[in-house]
Ligand binder design. Structure first.
Ligand SMILES: Nc1ncnc2c1ncn2[C@@H]1O[C@H](COP(=O)(O)OP(=O)(O)OP(=O)(O)O)[C@@H](O)[C@H]1O
Ligand SMILES: [Mg+2]
Length: 172
């Protein structure tokens, strides 16, 4: 395990339906480090466990055993509430389906992580969301609703939103 790793997995295992006759071990002891700023792609055949691993890394699912350290903290044994908090503070997701809220503008969708975090719609959070939208080439689309945008533009709003989690700015 390297000291500066943003994310460390050690001996990570996942078994679905543990203890039942249909138990299936899907992840068989994964060791992995990802450093801050590193770009990592996870590739493998269908059914090999990519989504399972991402769900565990994203704190949406629990590993059966092994260690998971995120931003210096052991998150393996956290309570559900603490996991929700850690997920919200440190992780951004871009899903295959963008999951934007249709009644909100692009800008408001990008501001959502901050709003959920209890921050009010300050000038700062608005400016930050605007900067993220500008960075993905959507300078002229801040006030548009998802239904008024192309598929690729919607996905770019989701990319901007994934960068809007509270700890993101703090790490830079
Ligand atoms: N909730 C679940 N309960 C039981 N088994 C599951 C569950 N989710 C996934 N599996 C099984 O775990 C294995 C890995 O599934 P996973 O979805 O992680 O694969 P994947 O690599 O993402 O595949 P794909 O490329 O098709 O998306 C599969 O055999 C699948 O049937
Ligand atoms: Mg998958």
């Amino acid at each position: 395990m390297s000291a500066g790793a943003l994310l460390t997995l050690q001996g990570l295992r996942k078994t679905y339906n543990e203890g039942l006759p249909n138990a299936e071990e899907v992840l068989h002891g994964i060791d992995m480090d990802i450093a801050a700023g590193e770009f990592t792609a996870l590739i493998g055949p269908s059914g090999s466990g990519k989504s399972t691993l991402l769900n565990i890394i994203g704190l949406l699912e629990r590993a059966s055993s092994g260690l998971y350290r995120l931003a210096g903290d052991d998150v393996t044994q956290l309570s559900d509430d603490a996991r929700t908090h850690a997920r919200h503070a440190t992780l951004g997701f871009i899903f295959q389906f963008h999951h934007l809220l249709p009644a909100f503008t692009a800008l408001e969708n990008v501001m959502l992580p901050a709003l959920i975090n209890g921050d009010h719609a300050t000038v700062e959070s608005r400016a930050r969301a605007a900067g993220l939208l500008d960075a993905v080439g959507l300078k002229d689309a801040h006030r548009k609703k998802p239904g008024e945008l192309s598929g690729g533009m919607q996905q770019r709003v989701a990319i901007a939103r994934a960068g809007a989690f509270p700890a993101f700015g703090a790490r830079r």
